[in-house]
Unconditional design. Structure first.
Length: 333
């Protein structure tokens, strides 16, 4: 599907965008991959990483600017929406700015994609959009609803389809706890917000593969949730700095004790597959649509997919192996 196509990724200089670019160029050999973001320095650094690959185009712009999006999307086939204001405390203290990017930006992208007749759009969501307790999560829930409901326009003759992928803590991404712990691994003490805290564990590669699967599988309106293991934050700290003591500092404003990706209410329209779940929308009877359900099996009544009640857990040995493979440049762990 993506072979010889034109793809645009918003927020493309982030951890996900760089990994998506690397893997997609190698696997699908698209004709053109456009990095749309607002930071020229990050684009400059990314261009050096990819050694001026002629298939990569860089486009300075902000999802808050619909006119700029409209121009960037000209002759594009597929879009991945990764741009967001996503640091939880930052969103709590700068709510207007978070709303402008995460909600208004989503609205702008939906309009621009429809106007430019984009074929398929995948928006990246977060565990924090499930039963949100912070502003970031609330804005991403609103964003998810916008992308899902926008499929009703294609039902009236428009060809653009919108779906969402949702996952939790991405191992090694700039916003995750792992790089933070690694930067302090020589210290005698590591700060821990709460010793009970758990997180889902997914690699960037797995996140990219989920987006690929969604592009191939989607009808429009689905939220894809990958099955991934959980881990206690204290165990992550023990793997990275086994001799360091843990200082409990308390949960930050808006932070959750556990990650949740499928809520009790969402489970009413959630289906299970071999490697993922699919939350179908409650509007337009789409949750009963066999084209969307395919070979899925309805989850049990009362199902909740949360990091503390997950049936799959990552061991310390598995995490150690992953860190050695991906962080060999920082020395022995």
């Amino acid at each position: 599907m993506l072979k010889n196509s034109s793809i645009l990724i918003t927020g493309g200089t982030g951890s996900f965008g760089q990994k998506f670019t690397q893997l997609t160029l190698k696997k699908f050999k698209p004709k053109r991959l456009i990095i749309f973001s607002r930071d020229e320095m990050k684009q400059w650094e990314m261009a050096k990483l990819f050694k001026d690959d002629k298939r990569i185009r860089f486009f300075i712009g902000d999802v808050r600017d619909k006119d700029r999006l409209h121009r960037a999307l000209q002759n594009v086939d597929y879009v991945v929406h990764a741009a967001a204001t996503k640091i939880v405390p930052t969103a709590e203290y700068n709510p207007f700015e978070c709303i402008k990017t995460n909600i208004n930006g989503a609205m702008n992208l939906v309009d621009a994609c429809i106007d430019q007749k984009i074929k398929r759009v995948i928006a990246l969501s977060t565990d924090k959009a499930s039963s949100p307790i912070n502003l970031y999560g609330a804005t991403k829930l609103a964003s998810d609803k916008l992308f899902i409901a926008s499929n009703s326009t294609y039902a009236r003759g428009n060809q653009t389809r919108f779906s969402v992928v949702r996952y939790g803590n991405v191992m090694g991404s700039r916003g995750s706890v792992m790089p933070f712990f690694l930067s302090l691994k020589e210290n005698k003490e590591l700060p821990i917000t709460d010793k009970r805290m758990t997180r889902f564990m997914i690699s960037l590669d797995q996140g990219v593969e989920l987006v690929w699967h969604a592009f191939k599988d989607m009808v429009g309106g689905e939220i894809y949730v990958k099955k991934i293991p959980s881990m206690k934050v204290t165990d992550i700290a023990k793997v990275i700095a086994p001799r360091a003591k843990h200082k409990i500092i308390g949960i930050r404003p808006g932070e959750k004790l556990h990650e949740q990706m499928i809520s009790l209410d969402d489970s009413n329209t959630t289906y299970e597959y071999k490697n993922h779940y699919k939350i179908l929308p409650q509007i337009y009877e789409w949750a009963r649509d066999n084209f969307r359900i395919k070979n899925g099996k309805k989850v049990s009544k009362g199902f909740i997919y949360s990091s503390e009640n997950n049936g799959q857990w990552m061991t310390k040995a598995e995490l150690h192996k992953w860190i050695v493979k991906n962080y060999s440049h920082i020395g022995k762990i």
